[in-house]
Design a protein around this ligand. Structure first.
Ligand code: AMP
Ligand code: MG
Length: 465
């Protein structure tokens, strides 16, 4: 019944791996499991023991490691970050099984190596919601309470998240490898990444960089189209695979405002909603710097190659975003730029709830614009825009297939977390049921479609928790 865990990362890249083991969990108790994901991985429920899910009983032959990486955090470079409280247990069918909150590692610096059930369940909920929305993301397999109380602002129960990812290779992994000055290591890391994510590009490092730029341009467009704010887009939190990773201070924007920030530590708004495309491009420039030795033997010639690739981010992002907007607006062709910029201005001016707007707009496409108009203080401006949009013959059914009605709204996530900390998992399961099928309106779920009540917020999220 043992789970078969591969160890390619540990074998290929020993310089980036420290063999390590999880801390004991005094009283482990599984809180939630993604059974569909388990089935997808070929794991049966009997294999999901608390020993596996907390890393305290590792299958025969596995080689758990803490991974090394570097990273720019809020623009400042840290040469040595790494898995301070995480472990790569190994690979299942080529995907990583990784634990977060499993105890201190040699990368822990001042941290305690632990995680609380609140933040781990938040990652479970939001990653599940993102997956249901069709957005590339790491997945959450399970959250297991450890029975240990951890010290934070307020003491709270500890937990371990078991996470599945295409890989945990990050921009910061390449920064770390580059900083060693060992070009052979850098090449082995790139070969490993290409083999796992872009196998058709074997040996083509510039093509690999292009592929990462394209994957990230598409990913960030997907975030923007659902109002997702990642909150901590440090280079160590950006994957090579193009999956969303590290759900810390993330949250969904309600009232449209490009300056939306939820993270308590992002006082400068570096990772605000509207900055995400520019920040992604900044992070990709750091990746290019790390890859330069592989792009050309002559570094002077490598730079223009990297710059040309990086410059494709803007057009790729715009194309993905425009295609997404076309679908959200139910149009047969890409919308004219003025139609979408005027809409953005209108929604911002009215501080209209982003998710509600697109859902009611499908009703307007069916001829009933009252709900849409009621979202605006002054419906006259809205009417003018609706007239221009209607002239393009929008298709309401198509709109309902891409504009979610149920997303992990901030107040709902908080409600589920507060109940779970008090040992009541029912609100968590009700929320998961709603967001698992985000596009289908269902009876009895009206409250899951509503924006936060007026007395909720201003909403703040906390990082490194
Ligand atoms: P994150 O904000 O989760 O992306 O983490 C950034 C860095 O801080 C990573 O190197 C983490 O491993 C490390 N880290 C965060 N929280 C802790 C903790 N409680 N103990 C040890 N390391 C941590
Ligand atoms: Mg991180």
């Amino acid at each position: 019944m043992d789970v078969n865990l591969g160890h390619r990362f540990a074998d290929d890249l020993p310089e980036l791996s420290i063999p390590w083991q999880a801390d004991q969990a005094p009283e482990p108790r599984v809180l939630v499991v993604d059974e569909k994901l388990a089935a997808e991985l070929g794991l049966d429920p009997g294999q999901l023991t608390t020993g596996l899910l907390t890393g305290t009983e590792v299958p025969e032959g596995a080689k758990p490691v803490a991974q090394a990486y570097a990273g720019h955090q809020f623009g400042g470079y840290s040469p040595r970050l790494g898995d301070g409280r995480a472990l790569l247990l190994g690979e299942i069918n080529g995907r990583d099984l990784h634990l977060k909150g499993s105890g201190r590692t040699p990368f822990a610096r001042g941290g305690d190596g632990l995680a609380g059930i609140g933040p781990m369940l938040r990652e479970f909920i939001v990653s599940r919601g993102m997956h249901a929305l069709g957005i590339p993301t790491t997945r959450s397999l399970a959250v297991t309470a450890t029975g240990r109380t951890i010290r934070r602002e307020q003491p709270q129960p500890g937990a371990v998240l078991a996470r599945i990812a295409a890989s945990h290779l990050r921009v910061g992994s390449f920064q770390f490898a580059r900083a060693t000055g060992d070009t052979d290591l850098l090449r082995r890391l790139a070969d490993h990444a290409i083999d796992r994510h872009y196998p058709e590009l074997k040996g083509d490092y510039l093509g690999f960089y292009d592929a990462v730029v394209a994957a990230q341009a598409s990913l960030i467009a997907r975030w923007m189209l659902v109002g997702f704010v990642h909150g901590v887009m440090n280079t160590d939190n950006m994957t090579i695979s193009g999956e969303t990773i590290d759900y810390g201070p993330c949250a969904f924007m309600e009232a449209v405002d490009p300056t939306t920030v939820f993270s308590s530590i992002d006082s400068g708004g570096r990772y605000a909603y509207g900055n995400q495309p520019a920040i992604a491009q900044w992070n990709l420039a750091r990746l290019a710097e790390a890859l330069l030795p592989l792009l050309h033997d002559d570094q002077e010639q490598a730079i223009p190659l990297a710059v040309a690739s990086l410059q494709r981010f803007g057009p790729a992002f715009t194309a993905a975003w425009t295609a997404g907007m076309r679908d959200k607006l139910g149009l047969a062709e890409d919308p004219p730029a003025e139609l979408t910029t005027d809409l953005a201005d209108l929604l911002h001016a009215g501080r209209v709830d982003y998710t509600t707007f697109f859902r009611t707009l499908a009703i307007a496409a069916r001829g009933k614009a009252e709900l849409t108009r009621a979202l605006f203080l002054d419906p006259a401006d809205c009417d003018r825009w609706l007239g221009r949009w209607r002239a393009l013959s929008p298709d309401a059914d198509r709109m309902d297939r891409v504009n979610p009605i149920y997303i992990p709204r901030n107040h709902l996530v908080e409600e589920a977390l507060a109940a779970a900390v008090a040992d009541d998992l029912a609100p968590l399961h009700r929320l998961l049921d709603a967001i698992d099928d985000p596009f289908t309106e269902r009876r009895g779920l009206a409250r899951y479609a509503e924006p936060a009540p007026g007395d909720f917020g201003p909403y703040q999220t906390f990082c490194g928790t």
